[in-house]
Design a protein around this ligand. Sequence first.
Ligand SMILES: Nc1nc2c(ncn2[C@@H]2O[C@H](COP(=O)(O)OP(=O)(O)O)[C@@H](O)[C@H]2O)c(=O)[nH]1
Ligand SMILES: [Mg+2]
Length: 394
Amino acid sequence: MEIGLVGKPNVGKSTFFSAATRLEVEMASYPFTTIDANKGVGYIRNRCPHQDLEVECEPNNAPCINGTRMIPVKIIDVAGLVPEAHKGKGLGNQFLDDLRQASTLIHIVDASGSTNSEGEPCGKGEHDPRADVEFLTKEIDHWLKGILERNWDKVSRKLEVVGGNVEHAVYEQLSGLGVSEAMVVLAVRSADIQESPKNWSGDDLYRLAKAIRMKAKPMLISANKADLAGDDLMDSLMTLGDDIVIPTSAEYELALRKASESDIVEYMPGEDNFKVLRDDISDMQKSALDKIESHMKRYGGLGVQQTLEKAIYELLDMIVVYPVENEHSYTDKDGRILPDAHLLPRGSTAEDLAYAVHTDIGKGFIRAIDSRTDRVIGRDHELKDGDVIKIVSK
Ligand SMILES: Nc1nc2c(ncn2[C@@H]2O[C@H](COP(=O)(O)OP(=O)(O)O)[C@@H](O)[C@H]2O)c(=O)[nH]1
Ligand SMILES: [Mg+2]
């Protein structure tokens, strides 16, 4: 499961990526720290169960900072997208390749309107960032439509002659794009196409592509460079239809995380304040920090952390669950307390967790125990965020 950062060039994708993937923690090893030039690991916050259970945790896959677990999520800094990318313009194809892997997208726009539609700098407010939201979703829709269209004659003829399920046929066309068959079923229903598959028009396929994109690549908008944007620009973006829009300043977030690494400030990502730790900073540093502080107060934070968390907790509707081997000491087989955190879709059951931990544990599932209550739970028991679960398996 990966988060894709998308948008045209120069809006701050790489700055957002650097900020989000920088976390200073004292840990020997945690997974996939740096994967690739444009792939890394960001973190979403989750209350560590150690706070309620009154133990000290020994994190393995998700560091704990003062009672907050930082749950790793992969982030891809997707190549900048320009209009007509689906026709191969700009880095079109590279963009689309990166996009396959993403389960959710953060569309970064320059809220200050100082980047034109091709991604070149322009005077502040000269470009309307709302236009970018429209163009980007259209690009993705055209790309998906192109894939569907490629073999549609053959596929639809076969459906007519041999029979078969149209949703399954569509699903097969999109393999490798992170689209599940269940998503296709919902999308076909919502696209509400009247014709039989053989007669689907380009417009029908486009509507279907759009419906699939909305299910398979749910997106939220980071109104970046909020530090430059005036009130009018921010207001016009914030009321953009149904989309979730979060004011962000990737540049400030990056500056603050760097300052935290150099022990100039103490800052927990996502909070709306920080503490200056040194009194020997220069006037320039001081005034930069003052600006950041007043921006944070105004927007309730810098937005980078909030954006990641909304993508995972709201768009993807995930929960965090902590599996343990011993339900009384909350340890794994090596005696580590609350070592691992697992991200699972809401609705996941005790058995789903068992499979997420290991296929063999899933196969041998007997029952589970909710460590917080000491109650035995069955395989179909739905888990909730923050659960600490022991699985009994053959
Ligand atoms: N003022 C301001 N500038 C930013 C912000 N984020 C990025 N920038 C600047 O915008 C320019 C483009 O950023 P970059 O991350 O390379 O954009 P990308 O092409 O989308 O990856 C750089 O000069 C950044 O310093 C922000 O939040 N505020
Ligand atoms: Mg970049």
